[in-house]
Ligand binder design. Sequence first.
Ligand SMILES: [Zn+2]
Length: 169
Amino acid sequence: MPSGRVHEAINLSVLGLAAGVYWLYRETLAIPEPIAVAFVGSYLVGTFLITPDLDLAERQVRSKRRWGWLGWLWVPYGWLFTHRGLSHTWLVGPLTRLLYLGGVGLVLGWLGLVLVRYLGLHPVLEARFSPPPPEVVWALVLGYYVSQWLHLLADGIWPDVRSLRSRRR
Ligand SMILES: [Zn+2]
């Protein structure tokens, strides 16, 4: 099984290749800049920060270390998921990490609000969040998923087409 460093090298090589191909066909493809930036950004996040091997976060893994002192946030994920189990599946696996991170974000946000109220401060953060356009959201999702799929392929895990087919039946 490849190490974290090898996974990162594979993902970066594929990204470099794709960028080269894009450069050759840039006039025909002409992907708008926000979409390209969203794709590459979430691909890099999926390569360095949110990887399937966080299912080992109760120990030391490269992607956990990249979170710095926030790396402990992933330890419960490592407890919840056995190595190369559900975390290493094609559709649900990447989703478990997004949901986990969303849950952690909600808890931290709630704790922050409680603290702000307790200290009698006015919330500095105003809820002025406007969601990005759908094509940017899709680029974000795709960039993240492609980075996870390359990890799975390098681990020798192929999409289970048979189970998909039998489910459709
Ligand atoms: Zn792995």
